[in-house]
Design a binder for this molecule. Structure first.
Ligand SMILES: [Zn+2]
Ligand SMILES: [Zn+2]
Length: 401
């Protein structure tokens, strides 16, 4: 090929000319490896804070690819490259206490445990990105940090990783979740709130017990609790502004033991969900006011404890726009994605450092991959995993230009 011809063919593909390599074709090149890692993790699921085998395999690879590794329990913080800017990419590694019902060759080999949320795919995709980045580190002008975290499922592993220094010196952080609500291969990107904040509450309505035939001698906590439960429904319908979203669900109510005894108290518990902090505060304040008012009206008393488990996951506007531009530039299919009332501990990273939580569609009707996250028949469309890897590499490359 003549020099003239070479120049013109490069000009047709500016990406290759400026970057030296294309993340999408690099990821496609190691697709089989990514899938085999995913299958291996899938066959050997580990629950929160027990990710010994998984993190051991991850560490072995990262070591081989010359990452600088710091252990945080079963979590790993791994750095490569030097420079003024640092981008962090995060994957979670834990599985769920679910009995797998899929009939596939890579079915979970551990009874009662399953990667039913797709964290096996997250770990495999980020491993793929780690490999590609290490092969091209001379072409990055900055530092890439990989966070392989434990215990996303109700363990707030993100908090442990942050305490372990995962965000020190980090300028931007990105996470990627395989997503049932998007068609296979589409990257979901959204500005602002994407996952809800979640809290758990416990309440006691304390009355005065007695004989079921003599209610006038008691303070019956059961009708008081019934009144309080109905009044709690008005928080979402009457107190949360109609354009905002909030959930108050009473999910357990316990009282009494005998048909002729009015019990001393009623115990309740449940969950609250919200997309912005003020709504979370409003819900908590109104719960207290309602329980106080209703119990006082009937001469009873109450106790209420509310624990905020996870804040809302809120994507930085600039970082979401950056991700959209990156997807666009590399020809990766992308779309907006609806927020959900589910919660994610990635929220903790986004409270400290600007970034975005992105989704990768894995829903594929033709392949029967239609079951939602946490379902015993949940599965991912493996053919699109390399696109997640490509997106991660491209984010790092573009951020560190
Ligand atoms: Zn999950
Ligand atoms: Zn998950």
């Amino acid at each position: 090929m003549s020099i003239e011809k070479l120049i013109s063919s490069q000009a047709e593909c500016p990406m290759v000319k400026t970057m030296g390599f294309d993340p999408v074709s690099e990821a496609k090149r190691i697709e089989k490896e990514i899938i085999s890692w995913r299958r291996d993790f899938h066959m050997h699921p580990e629950l929160k804070y027990e990710e010994e085998r998984t993190s051991g395999i991850v560490e072995e690879h990262l070591h081989e690819w010359e990452y600088r590794i710091k252990r945080v329990g079963t979590g790993i913080i791994a750095d490569i490259g030097e420079g003024e800017k640092t981008i962090a990419l995060r994957a979670d590694m834990d599985a769920l206490p679910v009995q797998e019902e899929n009939d596939v060759p890579y079915k979970s080999r551990v009874p009662g445990k399953m990667h039913a949320c797709g964290h096996d795919a997250h770990t495999a995709m980020l491993l793929g990105a780690a490999k590609i980045i290490s092969e091209h580190i001379d072409e990055f002008s900055g530092r890439v940090r990989l966070i392989f975290q434990p215990a996303e499922e109700g363990g707030n592993g993100a908090v442990k990783m942050i305490e372990g220094g995962a965000l020190e010196g980090v300028d931007a952080v990105f996470g990627l979740h395989v997503w049932h609500d998007l068609p296979s291969g589409v990257i979901g990107i959204r500005e602002g709130p994407i996952m809800a904040g979640a809290g758990i509450f416990k309440a006691r309505i304390i009355g005065k017990g007695g004989h079921g035939a003599s209610p006038h001698q008691t303070v019956d906590p059961i009708p008081i609790a019934a009144e309080a439960i109905l009044a709690l429904q008005t928080i979402a319908s009457r107190n949360v502004p109609p354009i905002e979203t909030g959930v108050v669900s009473v999910t357990a109510v316990h009282a009494g033991t005998a048909f002729n005894v009015i019990p001393e108290e009623v115990k309740m518990k449940g969950t609250i969900r919200f997309f912005n902090h003020e709504i979370g505060e409003l819900i908590q304040t109104r719960m207290g006011e309602i329980l106080e008012g209703v119990t006082k009206a009937h001469g009873a008393s109450y106790e209420l404890s509310i624990e905020e488990l996870v804040p809302p996951t809120v994507n930085d506007k600039g970082m979401a726009a950056f991700a959209r531009n990156v997807a666009e530039k590399y020809g990766l299919r992308h779309s907006d994605v609806e927020p959900t009332m589910g919660a994610e501990d990635f929220a903790f990273y986004l409270q400290k450092v600007p970034g975005a939580f992105l989704m990768l569609g894995i829903y594929n009707e033709e392949k029967g991959i239609t079951y939602p996250h946490h379902h015993p028949r949940f599965d991912v469309d493996e053919e699109v995993l390399h696109l997640g890897t490509a997106m991660e590499v491209a984010l790092a490359m573009e951020f560190l230009r």
